[in-house]
Design a protein around this ligand. Structure first.
Ligand code: PMP
Ligand code: GLN
Length: 379
């Protein structure tokens, strides 16, 4: 039997969460909120289930949710969309990424990704018959070296995948980055996949430079979003892809045969939530900023060196003063012996990194963050 994904093992998120559970460690590894989805959203989804909205949604998404998302995009980014032809609801950002990659990538194509890169990109590109070309971003700023990008572009290059706010580093792309990528994409006849699942979580007044603020770039882009991050419901697996009509047509053909449609009651519930409580989204950045600050303050007296988290719900910490173990060994030791689980960054690199840096998730209650920090301060 020939494995199509020879080098793929169980994901680092599964590995670390299992280890945390086995050892009763505080789980700051896999990224998911400890707190619940808003009451209004829970009760409306329950009502839709109780009133029998339990059959297939239209493949592209329910009209109610599509209309709310179009309005949200207009409010947030002032991007005028072709109504009904630009947004497709998917089963999580993971499905949206999968379908976006299938839309663009054919056998022999090259796709440029930036390491540390989210773990679903590479297998999806490989299964589409393509190959990822990895460009490293360097600690502690993790800036993209666009000169290097230009140098690896060949006639096989089909697409670039960007991710801002960035998991796992918590960095943001700037307006200048977006202008540069726009130029590269047009000059080289490329497409862009923009993973923006943390779009509403940016700190210290920073603006998220969505592709949806750049009309010319958007013409060659598929933009991926996730309701799981925005409404604290990662278990519902609901997201969407925004793209110009021609790309959306192709995307929808694929989505139709991957999942066909996504969970109806949650689509209807989120539509109501977006309409009745738009403040949830505008308050999200402040909500997570105070959690980041809580963790950062509590780690001030530790021997970890803290990197700067500009967005997402992740904070990177450098443990080189504490241990010289590899990042994976350090995370296992920390989970088993010290009761705190974190995520090593090496699984997100093509070439092994010797950085002594791990990721902590602060989408947790304050008590949890303080308890974890107390343990970390003892190292
Ligand atoms: N992209 C990034 C960068 C993520 O962090 C995540 C979630 N961890 C996803 C995509 C997938 O999102 P979803 O859970 O909606 O499939
Ligand atoms: N995206 C989440 C994280 O970065 C995990 C998603 C998953 O478990 N696949 O931790």
């Amino acid at each position: 039997f020939h494995s199509k994904l020879n080098n793929v093992a169980v994901s680092i998120f599964t590995e670390m969460s299992m280890l945390a559970n086995q050892h009763g460690a505080i789980n700051l590894s896999q990224g998911f909120p400890e707190f619940d989805t808003p009451e209004l959203l829970k009760s409306t989804v329950n009502e839709f289930i109780a009133s029998g909205k339990n059959q297939y949604a239209p493949s592209i998404g329910t009209p109610e949710l599509l209309a709310q998302v179009e309005q949200l995009i207009h409010r947030q980014y002032a991007m005028p969309l072709n109504p009904g032809q630009s947004v497709t609801i998917t089963s999580g950002a993971t499905e949206a990424l999968w379908c976006a990659i299938q839309t663009l990538v054919t056998s022999g194509d090259e796709v440029i990704v930036f390491d540390p890169a989210y773990d679903s990109y590479e297998p999806a590109v490989a299964l589409a018959g393509g190959r990822c070309i990895h460009i490293p971003m360097l600690a502690p700023d993790y800036k993209i070296d666009w000169q290097q990008v230009e140098e690896v572009i060949t006639n096989k290059t089909k697409a670039i995948i960007i991710n801002s706010p960035h998991n796992p580093t918590g960095t943001l792309l700037t307006e200048q980055d977006m202008q540069t990528v726009e130029k590269l994409v047009w000059e080289n006849d490329l497409y862009l996949i923009s993973d923006e699942v943390y779009e509403f979580i940016t700190f210290d007044g920073r603006q998220h430079e969505s592709v949806l603020r750049f009309p010319k770039l958007f013409e060659r882009s598929l933009v991926v979003s996730s309701f799981g991050k925005t409404f604290h419901c990662t278990g519902w697996k609901l997201g969407y892809c925004t793209a110009p009509p021609e790309l959306t047509d192709e995307f929808r053909k694929i989505h139709q045969y991957v999942t066909f449609a996504s969970f109806t009651p949650a689509q209807l519930g989120i539509a109501k939530m977006l309409q009745q409580e738009p403040s949830h989204i505008t308050e999200l950045a402040g909500f997570y900023q105070s959690k980041r600050d809580c963790l950062v303050n509590a780690l001030q007296d530790s021997r970890f060196k803290l990197l700067n988290s500009q967005g997402t719900y992740f904070l990177l910490v450098d443990y080189s003063e504490i241990s010289q173990k590899s990042d994976r060994d350090f995370c296992h030791w920390l989970t088993k012996e010290k009761g705190v689980a974190a995520i090593p960054l090496s699984p997100f690199y093509e070439n092994q990194t010797s950085d002594k840096i791990v990721r902590l998730c602060f989408a947790k209650n304050e008590n949890t963050l303080l308890n974890a920090a107390e343990k970390l301060c003892q190292l």
